[in-house]
Write a protein that binds this ligand. Structure first.
Ligand code: ZN
Length: 398
């Protein structure tokens, strides 16, 4: 890795004038106006537009049947979270979920679409134990660690209602999981305080962060947000706690939305969304003004929850833009920023951009400008991850 040294010539960072990007090892060493024709060891960028690698801040790479024959969706058209969980538990054994090969297939799809880092939830429960985390490690080895991954040990089947899960989460934290997950404490465990007590305890004791799936609506959902905000401050976990989904936020009166966004800012709690169709728009501009990190994610793709999803985070940014009614160039650019440099916080980076010193995660696309990138989601012509060319013209090279 460290002996890698070449220049990516003639690219347009964020649609600007043509530049040469000098890469040394895993990092960007220099960016300068495009000059000479490429040398033998250089990579010709062909005047394509360059953006930083996409960061998928909410994925589930262990759940997918990607790479296997089509699995028809057999659960309800009017699903509930509880029903989806039961359906997944009943069927996953039949499809050998989790397994390293499918997980590696998902990681390759991410790379093909230009995602160079992800924060993924991995199921931890009484049946699979920590096997999903082991599959992920094997899958990463299979793709030569071409994608950077942060892991969330995720109690999809509940915490307190399944005695033994807290202990498993604690073991996962000791085994290297970066975050502990949680899920609807009010409806799944029916004990908001109990679940949060258990999770915050592990976070403090083991020095890991928290990333909580919250889908509850109405006053229960608001109560859970307030609990997470208060406990984050009390535990001194500012900057290390994230709320995933939080669908209720967009449905609340403006004054309550403002209170919650203010609370998130004060507690340093971040937010991830998968911009699901049919959900209420988020107060994303207020979050931006208050510096609340907001990340985009694909959620699960092609799994027992839904056959949809192809692992392309740019298409999630497109979905985000449509859901929030974005049309102006500046706002369309904001959506691409959310999917790229805006994701830095979620994978433990201070900076993730086309700047000197940053990790050389670079995606080239044939587009006129950044808004054009968003509205067309064109093919990723070249994907560089940590200085290494990992995909070209839709073909994964790892
Ligand atoms: Zn999820």
């Amino acid at each position: 890795m460290s002996d890698r040294h070449y220049t990516l010539t003639n690219v347009r960072p964020w649609g600007a004038d043509p530049m040469d990007i000098v890469i040394e090892g895993e990092r960007i060493a220099d960016i300068r106006p495009a000059t000479a024709s490429p040398g033998a060891s250089d990579v010709d960028g062909g005047g394509l537009l360059a953006v930083p690698g996409f960061i998928n801040t909410h994925s589930h790479v262990d759940k997918s049947w990607w790479g296997k024959p089509w699995v028809s969706y057999t659960y309800s058209d009017h699903p509930t979270v509880e029903g989806w969980i039961a359906n997944e538990r009943a069927q996953r054994g039949k499809y050998d979920i989790p397994n390293a090969a499918s997980t590696a297939s998902v990681l390759r799809e991410f790379l093909r679409h230009g995602t160079t880092a992800t924060r993924t939830h991995i199921d931890v429960d009484l049946e699979v134990g920590l096997r999903g985390l082991e599959c992920l490690q094997a899958a990463l080895k299979e793709v030569g660690d071409a994608i950077q991954v942060k892991t969330v040990a995720f109690p999809q089947d509940g915490v307190l209602r399944r005695p033994g899960v807290l202990k498993l989460l604690d073991e996962a934290a000791q085994a290297g999981a970066d975050y502990i997950g949680g899920l609807d404490p009010g409806t799944i465990d029916r004990d908001v305080e109990g679940q949060l007590d258990g999770l915050f305890d592990i976070a403090v004791t083991r020095g890991v962060g928290l990333d909580l799936h919250l889908h509850d609506f109405g006053s229960l959902g608001v109560y859970e947000f307030r609990q997470v905000i208060r406990r984050t401050i009390d535990a001194g976990l500012q900057g290390r706690v994230n709320i995933s989904h939080g669908f209720v936020l967009g449905t609340l009166p403006q004054s309550v939305q403002e209170e919650i966004v203010e609370g998130l800012a004060e507690a340093g709690v971040s937010w991830t969304t998968v911009a699901m169709g049919g959900t209420a728009p988020l107060p994303w501009q207020q979050m931006r003004q208050r510096s609340v990190p907001l990340g985009l994610g694909t959620d699960g793709i092609r799994d027992l929850w839904s056959p949809f999803g192809d692992g392309d985070l740019l298409r999630i940014a497109y979905q985000f833009a449509r859901l929030h009614g974005l049309r102006h160039d500046e706002k369309l650019t904001n959506a691409v920023e959310l999917a790229t440099r805006g994701g830095a916080h979620f994978v433990g980076r201070n900076v993730h951009d086309l700047v000197v010193g940053a990790r050389a995660d670079i995606v080239l696309l044939d587009a006129e400008n950044v808004p054009d990138v968003l509205v067309r989601c064109p093919q990723r012509r070249l994907v560089i991850s940590g200085g290494r060319v990992v995909a070209r013209n839709g073909e994964v090279l790892v």
